[in-house]
Design a protein around this ligand. Structure first.
Ligand SMILES: *Cc1c(COP(=O)(O)O)cnc(C)c1O
Length: 386
């Protein structure tokens, strides 16, 4: 090993000792199953919340579309240059119409979206108030911002209000940044409360990341804002295609002026190759069918409440109100051991450790999909070793 690399090796050794070493897991997919090391396990770590990615019939239907064979596998350029194929505009118009808003902007991934929007929209006169538990992509966006950021205690909107009372007058614009379903606890942000804050302080803009809620929540699968009836109140309503929507990319629903501003200023849009048209067409194909997946959403809601109730009966702390259900164990080492035990029993669950979650709250994270049935949940709760 080169001398300059020795400190990296030492750090890896330290991670290993504390049970925090990360590796890239291997595994083949087969519907709701994942096969790893010769073992068939129920996949309880997938973000394919509606089971659409595992649905071969849907895939075949798409592959047989007449225009399918002419869709390029690369856009070969940024959207600002020659990468802005018609299919992008079609998808954005569809999104804006479904949400009943002025405009939508499609981005390469949720990571591009969240690391790009705030740096584009913030200046020295901006204050960002972000929930302590927002996704790493949002944190990275905030790090690139001019201006000030305060991270408020998870879902503590009294604290937010106190900050607004003290600080709002000093700033031209304030962003309140949250997820709608939180990735690690599966709890829901009370969007109405945020909308009330916005009504009280006209300089407040709401930024809501619905990565885990699109597809899953709302009458038509548009997310928690649809369920709460406040789509029109969220200034930056963000969704991703990579999870329930079984594709890749992301989108922000916003006013036209914001979209135009982002097209001019957002570096993670301007300086990256646009998504391949074939993927954009698949996203459109899924969006067109999204309202039809209501049964899958209802089924997912049913099996999720089954699992939450079973865990709560075992006396586990249960913050979740969704299909993302943590089993909080505390130490990293314990989470790793329990995950291994689950996998031996045929349940593919992964340990989540710091820095992804706060120190002392390592956990197993069960992420349910509509591809599972209630007998799967029954087996899971019988056998989890408690
Ligand atoms: C997964 C996720 C992202 C990132 O989306 P990608 O499209 O996978 O880059 C952003 N925000 C949240 C809350 C997420 O869970």
């Amino acid at each position: 090993m080169r001398d300059v690399c020795k400190s990296y090796a030492a750090e890896l050794e330290r991670l290993k000792e504390s049970g925090s070493l990360r590796i890239l897991p291997q595994g083949q997919h087969s519907g709701k199953w994942i096969v790893s090391g010769g073992r068939w396990m129920l996949n309880l770590s997938s973000n394919d919340y509606l089971g659409l990615a595992a649905d071969n019939r849907l895939r075949e239907e798409f592959m047989q579309l007449p225009y399918m064979t002419s869709l390029p596998f690369s856009s070969s350029s940024s959207r600002l240059l020659t990468g802005n194929f018609d299919i992008y505009n079609t998808l954005e118009e569809k999104l804006a119409a479904m949400y009943g808003r002025e405009s939508a902007l499609v981005l390469s991934s949720g990571y591009h979206m969240n690391s790009g929007i705030l740096p584009a929209l913030c200046d020295r006169d901006t204050l960002i108030l972000a929930d302590k538990l927002v996704h790493a992509s949002l944190i990275d966006g905030i790090r690139l911002c001019e201006g000030r950021c305060i991270r408020f205690r998870h879902q503590d909107y009294d604290q937010v209000e106190n900050i607004l009372v003290k600080e709002a007058a000093a700033y031209g614009r304030i962003f309140i940044v949250t997820e709608s379903i939180f990735s690690m606890d599966g709890d829901l942000a009370p969007l109405h409360r945020l909308v009330e804050l916005k009504r009280k302080w006209p300089s407040v803009m709401l930024y809501v990341d619905e990565a885990h809620a699109v597809g899953v929540r709302g009458e038509n699968g548009l997310g928690l804002a649809e369920e709460c009836g406040c789509i029109g109140d969220i200034d930056l309503l963000c969704g991703t295609f990579g999870k329930a929507l079984a594709s890749v990319g992301a989108y922000v629903i916003c006013d036209r002026v914001i979209r135009e501003y982002l097209v001019n200023k957002m570096r993670t849009l301007i300086f990256t190759t646009a998504l391949p048209p074939v993927n954009v067409a698949w996203s459109l194909f899924i969006m067109e069918r999204l309202p039809q997946f209501r049964e899958r959403r209802e089924h997912l809601a049913r099996i999720s409440s089954m699992l939450r109730e079973a865990f709560a009966m075992q006396g586990l702390l249960m913050p979740s109100e969704s299909h993302i259900i943590p089993m909080i164990t505390g130490s990293s080492a314990d989470a790793v051991l329990r995950a291994e035990e689950m996998q031996r029993k045929g349940f593919y669950v992964l340990p989540i450790r710091p820095p992804t979650v706060p120190e002392g709250t390592s956990r197993l994270r069960f992420s349910l999909t509509a591809a599972l049935d209630s007998s799967d949940i029954e087996r899971l709760t019988d056998k989890n070793g408690r």
